[in-house]
Design a protein around this ligand. Structure first.
Ligand SMILES: NC(=O)C1=CN([C@@H]2O[C@H](COP(=O)(O)OP(=O)(O)OC[C@H]3O[C@@H](n4cnc5c(N)ncnc54)[C@H](OP(=O)(O)O)[C@@H]3O)[C@@H](O)[C@H]2O)C=CC1
Ligand SMILES: O=C(O)C1=N[C@H](C(=O)O)C[C@H](O)C1
Length: 269
């Protein structure tokens, strides 16, 4: 069995990941941890996630549990994720990184660290969203420059980063489809007398409200008609299931950073 360490085990995603790891035939939920000082430390992770104790007691920081597992599943916060990646590189542990909000510098550092450990990093672990990424690129490529591309994302009011990692990836895929560089055309805020929309812009708008799990819409708007590609998450379980699949997949890989396209075999589409 592959032994899994869950980072941020008391969080919204950490609790669902615990359930999906338990249901996976090749994975064993071996250890869990939260940040030093967290009130969750010392609690039973099984009780937190499913109301039933499983004997996995939440540890204080990754170093306290890193010897207990083969792969770390991380849905926490970008700064913490980078600390875990440095430790994973030192201890040669595999990682699955679902945390969003990683900067370009973080991703560059991760690329270097991953010479010493294998890692899946993806802003969205859902099968449907990964198919949507491909559809966004293909639709953009087919429709070309005459269609305005706009993305709207909606999430719960506890989310810390904006726009969502998924919205940014959708924008990147659409930009690739029409041969633009996202950093040159992304517009994440509009306010005031901003003038007419430049045709090459890719707009990304953010909604934060109550308990919305996650919704993404990509508009391709032409004169008199439009296509909308929409994904709505009904629960967090499909993200967590994807993370468990990625954990079972990554342990046998060469060192390096992989995506969910690699895990799901979507790379050639
Ligand atoms: N790739 C994907 O498919 C998905 C990605 N996400 C991303 O996952 C991340 C987490 O989301 P969510 O579960 O909603 O957030 P939560 O805040 O509910 O959970 C994060 C958990 O990590 C803990 N944490 C923070 N810092 C550390 C640390 N240094 N060491 C250990 N634990 C730490 C938090 O503790 P505390 O509360 O004390 O800070 C919290 O328990 C976000 O970046 C989100 O965008 C979410 C869903 C799907
Ligand atoms: O914070 C969340 O909840 C989610 N974050 C991810 C993102 O930023 O794209 C994925 C999902 O939409 C839920």
């Amino acid at each position: 069995m592959i032994k899994v360490i869950i980072a941020g085990a008391a969080g919204r995603m950490g609790r669902r990941v615990a359930l999906m790891v338990n249901r996976h035939p090749r994975l064993e939920f071996a250890a869990a941890f939260e940040a030093p000082g967290s009130p969750a430390i010392g609690k039973d992770a099984g009780f937190l996630s499913a109301g039933e104790e499983n004997g996995v007691i939440i540890g204080e920081g990754l170093e306290s549990v890193i010897d207990q597992g083969d792969v770390i599943i991380d849905f926490t916060f970008h700064k913490a994720t980078m600390e875990f990646a440095r430790l994973a590189a030192q201890h040669n542990r595999a990682m699955v990184i679902g945390t969003t909000g990683l900067s370009a510098e973080d991703l560059a550092e991760l690329g270097g660290l991953a010479k010493n450990f294998p890692c899946v990093q993806a802003p969205n672990m859902s099968v449907c969203v990964n198919v949507l990424f491909k559809l966004a690129k293909k639709t953009a490529a087919i429709l070309g420059d005459d269609y305005d591309i706009e993305i709207i994302e909606a999430h719960h009011n506890k989310k810390k980063d904006a726009p969502s990692g998924t919205a940014l990836k959708l924008a990147e895929m659409a930009a690739e489809g029409v041969g633009r560089k996202l950093s040159e055309v992304a517009v994440c805020e509009r306010n005031g007398i901003i003038g007419e929309r430049r045709s090459e812009e890719i707009g990304i708008q953010t909604i934060r409200a109550a308990d919305i799990v996650g919704e993404h819409t990509v508009y391709f708007a032409g004169q008199g008609e439009r296509i909308e590609l929409v994904h709505r998450a009904h629960s967090r379980d499909h993200f967590a299931r994807g993370a468990a699949t990625a954990a079972a997949w990554i342990v046998d890989r060469e060192n390096g950073v992989y995506s969910m396209f690699d895990v799901l075999g979507l790379d050639d589409l």
